[in-house]
Design a protein around this ligand. Structure first.
Ligand code: DC
Length: 217
């Protein structure tokens, strides 16, 4: 073993939908010149593959088999699923409706967590965002941040990403997904031990990034 190698540097950013995770995690990675991984895109990529293969999202064994077999290539700017660019499809309503069931599948989580840890081992660390990064994937991360925002602010942010979509419908979808992500048995959305909680409701992106960089000391 190379004893001189620096340990991987991981910054874990977790939180519910619309808390600003993706925007903030990307900006923190840019500011610190670190790699960035959106683990939600990986769960979405599996959900996309499940639908594309005609598998029932409720069929746990079949979904787990897809997770183990699927080729996922998630980079900062795109998501390839089995070699095809699914960057837009994974944000669409079909995948969004199916992803909670896929993410609740313990075998899917085992597979994706292993891939996430491999990503860190290969790249030497980075900023990783999701729901369970600080609690399960990297509990020893250098910094764990739990971003939150009021339900109303989160719904408005999500609606702004999809012009023409009704804020009330987005709010209902967010509530449904929050409830599913927080109440599932396998790695529910929780504030990890030692995580710093940051409410982004009244902060700008730069303000949140400044606060996170300051936490690193
Ligand atoms: O962050 P997002 O909306 O793209 O996440 C998509 C879904 O994946 C969401 O329902 C929660 C789930 N997810 C998860 O369970 N664990 C992660 N580390 C990331 C996302």
């Amino acid at each position: 073993m190379d004893e001189g190698a620096a340990p991987p540097r991981v910054i874990a950013i977790d939180g519910p939908a619309g808390s600003g995770k993706s925007t903030v995690a990307r900006a923190v990675a840019d500011r610190l010149d670190l790699e960035y991984l959106d683990t939600g895109a990986m769960y979405r990529g599996v959900a996309h593959a499940v639908l594309a293969r005609g598998v029932d999202p409720a069929d746990a064994d079949a979904v787990a088999a897809v997770a183990r077999a699927v080729e996922l290539d998630v980079t900062r700017s795109r998501c390839l699923v089995d070699g095809e660019d699914a960057s837009e499809a994974i944000r669409g309503p079909e995948v969004t409706a199916a992803v909670s069931a896929v993410a609740a599948n313990p075998e899917v989580r085992v597979e994706l967590v292993a891939r996430q840890r491999r990503w860190v081992a290969d790249l030497g660390g980075g900023v990783m965002e999701g729901r369970d990064i600080g609690s399960v994937v990297f509990p020893d991360a250098e910094l764990k941040v739990y971003l939150t925002a009021s339900a109303e602010v989160r719904a408005r942010r999500r609606a702004a990403e999809f012009p023409g979509m009704d804020v009330d419908r987005v709010a209902a979808e967010i509530r449904r997904r929050d409830a599913a992500d927080s109440s599932r048995a396998a790695s529910p959305l929780v504030t990890a031990d030692g995580a710093r909680v940051l409410d982004t409701s009244d902060l700008t992106v730069d303000g949140v990034v400044d606060a996170i960089v300051e936490m690193l000391g």
